[in-house]
Ligand binder design. Structure first.
Ligand SMILES: C=C1C[C@]23C[C@@]1(O)CC[C@H]2[C@@]12CCC[C@@](C)(C(=O)O1)[C@H]2[C@@H]3C(=O)O
Ligand SMILES: O=C(O)CCC(=O)C(=O)O
Ligand SMILES: [Fe+2]
Length: 351
């Protein structure tokens, strides 16, 4: 038996948004949206990561937005379609079957609400399935006696491609900070990506009869080095919090799904590593009245034993390190207690 169960309200056939899923409008509208309907995504850089100009464009995007669209990544569209298809089939299973794989206390993988749900009194209009590297067959094994092999094959293939792409991206990001591979290796960074910790978070956001009352995923930053996000076609949902200039307002900017493009988020560990040169991006997912939306967030971090701190090469111009070093598991532990105050907690006293 799972250690917890979701309540039995069926989001997929709902005609109203119950109290438990109704968020205070002060929370939902805490910042204005850029343009009508929360547009403004056209300001987010679209970068061909195979181009020779990628390094400087990525550096600029990570500094000003903490997010960009990546094209030229080489991930076949067919594979993206397969991941979406498998995710749709998974979420279409009867609740009792999905609950057989419910995330158990102390575990990362499993079906249920994403862990950040614990920090909010209201429920999010979504369900998720988390697959931590290495546990894929264990987790999917129970629910799909006949067809789980197909699901696992697709997920494994996708994770493999994501890991390769994350390696390329990290390299480009570090180069844009003036860190070459040798220095990255000395800093204990991912030289051998095989060991990296990876998490694939599949999210399902059913159509919501009163989208102005609910939220698909509450505002947060991702805690790893970087996230590669796939969004299903044709439905908006992802928004980032962005401040255009020092004196302008902070706004929610929608990032519509662009055909063939993947969204790259800077995570907290990269903010730490870059000593605040890159900012981890605060983002959320809103829901649609008419459309069921899916997303797949591939979050990668260093091997569990590797301490991440500001890279010393960046201190050469008299800057002081802003953060103390932590491993990803240590940082997740702090996040599990403090959620979005975690970065503050690992700040070093100002010299
Ligand atoms: C390793 C992890 C990162 C994550 C928490 C988790 O234990 C498993 C899922 C990840 C995820 C995905 C949705 C958003 C997020 C904030 C959450 O609640 O669960 C992230 C977590 C994170 O990046 O810290
Ligand atoms: O669905 C989305 O667009 C966002 C998902 C997300 O932020 C996450 O899984 O961490
Ligand atoms: Fe996220």
């Amino acid at each position: 038996m799972p250690a917890f169960s979701l309540d039995h309200f069926d989001l997929y056939s709902a005609h109203h948004v119950p109290e438990s899923y109704t968020w205070p409008s002060s929370y939902l509208h805490d910042h204005p949206s850029a343009g009508d309907g929360g547009g403004g995504g056209d300001s987010i850089p679209i970068i061909d990561i195979s181009s020779p100009t990628a390094v400087s464009l990525i550096g600029a995007a990570c500094r000003s937005f903490g997010v960009f669209y990546a094209t030229g990544h080489g991930v076949p569209v067919d594979l993206l379609d397969d991941v979406e298809h498998q995710a749709r089939r998974l979420f279409a299973l009867p609740l009792h079957q999905k609950l057989d794989t419910a995330r158990r206390p102390g575990f990362i993988s499993g079906y249920g609400r994403p862990p950040l749900s614990a920090f909010f009194p209201k429920l999010m209009w979504s369900e998720g399935f988390t697959i931590a590297g290495g546990h894929r067959r264990d987790v999917a094994g129970d629910i799909w006696p006949l067809e789980q092999a197909v699901f696992c094959d697709v997920i494994e293939k996708y994770n493999k491609m994501m890991k390769e792409m994350a390696g390329k991206l990290l390299n480009l990001m570090l180069l844009s900070l003036g860190i070459d591979q040798e220095e990255a290796g000395r800093a204990g960074l991912i030289r051998d990506l095989q060991e990296a910790m990876e998490v694939l978070q599949l999210n399902s956001y059913p159509a919501c009869p009163e989208p102005e009352k609910g939220i698909g995923m509450a505002a947060h930053t991702d805690s790893g080095l970087l996230t590669i996000l796939y969004q299903s076609r044709g439905v908006n949902g992802l928004q980032i919090l962005h401040k255009e200039d020092e004196f302008g307002p902070t706004r929610w900017v929608t990032l519509p799904p662009l055909p063939g493009a993947l969204v790259i988020h800077v995570g907290d560990l990269l903010q730490i590593l870059s000593n605040d040169q890159f900012k981890s991006v605060r983002h959320r997912a809103v829901v649609s009245r008419a459309e069921h939306r899916l997303s797949a967030a591939y979050i990668i971090g260093p091997p569990g034993h590797v301490k991440m701190g500001p890279i010393s090469k960046l201190m050469q111009y008299g800057q002081n390190p802003i953060y103390r070093s932590v491993t990803w598991p240590e940082y997740l532990e702090i996040r599990a207690q403090l959620f979005d105050k975690a970065l503050e907690l690992i700040k070093l006293p100002i010299k």
